[in-house]
Write a protein that binds this ligand. Structure first.
Ligand SMILES: [Zn+2]
Length: 455
């Protein structure tokens, strides 16, 4: 079965296939704006895309997937942060890029094959804007900014159905457009922003005067440079669907004269305790916030995969407790498996679920069905392949260390001995004793670790 995935543009589930003769699947995922730590809602998108990347590599071969994810390192937010801190823009974006990379490693996300930056692709962006000017899809305003003329692209709104939904007089879009007074039409968007004093040194020369690129053109230019004019898949969070992705389509298709992306995929929002994340509610958790509460990054990864990517997921601290317990079960199961043996297809149901519109909760469900059945058909290699696809690194499930009381240690020793002797009834009873003291035991192949239970 080929990988099936919902296409946000065609609004149906379709197969993913490489379109180019070289058989390389070309995949662009909008990356972070590097001015602050990414929050767990951002990481929902990156973790989902990481599972997709892993699945594509298992399907087409590791050398047959090209995954590009950009870094937005110049825009209003990055410039404001640099100005507020009195530091060069590059120093600020370097710091937050490093932090983003560290969080990605902790969450076991594979690095993209190319991670281009907006500031590293100014000439490519200028070239595209130049073509759009020459073709009559863009115009220079009096202040030196360049805008894309939305009325010049008949297909505008195909992805978001924005013409029906949003481009009505007097709606919120006008407010969103307030930064650009010089536009001929409210729906036009900036390709090039003329230099303003508050931009400081962060401007570049262009045929239209000094300035900096708009946000949307960077993804069009970087995708074109690293993946070509037509790509197989473009992904991002649902918040990017409009206007960002709609604008990318308009720019790329008018400039290149061909289809930009053959397939679009958007994951839904993450809610926290049933509410939209916001600074004022104080629920915009970062990975560090959760690690400080004693959770492992892997528990966050697991929790983020526990909901269907195309449905809103309600994140709670309880969901992290559940994730830690599930990971401990997986860890214990792994240590019970024979290290070698014939590779069975025992986890086929996990892959079937992932290939069916990236249904991660169904994949986790299938995984636990197999584990609970404990048939003799399972071997380490096939289990590890399922863990690889989900990106669950079972050696990274421990939260920061705490001091273990001697009495707790003694119960743990007894339980470990009972388990080694295959006296599972005693081992289970001792696990309950441990829980009563507020501790849980994580079994490994060659030993165990103790974790305080979280309340
Ligand atoms: Zn983008």
């Amino acid at each position: 079965m080929a990988i099936q995935l919902f296409d946000s543009l065609k609004r149906e589930i379709r197969s993913l296939q490489p379109s180019q003769p070289d058989g390389v699947f070309r995949f662009y995922n909008c990356g972070p704006t590097v001015y602050a730590p990414a929050h767990i809602g951002n990481f929902r998108a990156f973790v989902i895309n990481d599972v997709l990347r892993r699945l594509l590599e298992l399907e087409f071969g590791a050398g047959k997937v090209k995954h590009v994810r950009n870094l937005t390192d110049v825009d209003d937010k990055t410039i404001k942060r640099a100005r507020d801190e009195g530091r060069p823009l590059a120093a600020v974006t370097r710091e937050w890029t490093d932090k983003f990379h560290a969080d990605c490693v902790a969450l076991n996300c594979l690095p993209p094959h190319v991670e281009p930056t907006a500031t590293g692709h100014i000439p490519e962006q200028v070239d595209m804007i130049d073509v759009l000017m020459k073709k009559g899809n863009a115009y220079r305003a009096a202040d030196g900014s360049v805008y894309f003329k939305v009325s010049s692209f008949d297909d505008y709104g195909r992805l978001s159905r924005v013409k029906e939904r949003e481009l009505q007089p007097g709606n919120a879009l006008k407010a969103a457009a307030a930064d650009a007074d010089e536009k001929e039409d409210v729906s036009d968007f900036a390709l090039w922003k003329a230099h303003k004093d508050e931009d400081g040194d962060n401007s570049w020369d262009s045929p239209w005067g000094r300035g900096r690129p708009g946000w949307h053109i960077e993804c069009s230019a970087m995708s074109k440079k690293h993946l070509g004019e037509t790509i197989d898949l473009h992904t991002g969070g649902v918040d990017l669907l409009f206007p960002h992705h709609e604008n990318e389509i308009a720019q790329s298709e008018c400039c290149n004269g061909r289809t930009f992306a053959l397939h679009w995929f958007h994951n839904e929002h993450l809610l926290v305790d049933g509410k939209k994340m916001s600074k004022s509610l104080g629920n915009m958790y970062t990975l560090d916030d959760l690690v400080a509460k004693g959770f492992s990054p892997m528990a966050l990864r697991y929790a983020l995969l526990s909901g269907h990517p195309r449905k809103q997921l309600n994140f709670t601290l309880d969901s992290l407790h559940a994730a830690e317990s599930a990971l401990a079960t997986l860890h214990g199961f792994r240590s019970s498996l024979p290290a070698s043996g014939i590779v069975h297809d025992a986890f086929a149901s996990v892959f079937t679920a992932l290939k069916d519109d990236l249904n991660t909760p169904a994949a986790l469900g299938a995984l636990f069905t197999i584990i609970n059945r404990r048939s003799g058909e399972v071997d380490l290699a096939s289990f590890d392949q399922a863990m690889f696809a989900l990106g669950l690194d079972l050696e990274k499930t421990t939260a920061p260390k705490s001091e273990v009381p001697a009495a707790v240690q003694a119960i743990a020793e007894k339980r470990w001995a009972a388990k080694q002797a295959k006296d599972f009834a005693t081992a289970d009873a001792l696990r309950k004793d441990l829980a009563a003291t507020g501790w849980s035991m994580l079994d490994r192949k060659d030993g165990y670790s103790l974790e305080p239970l979280k309340k």
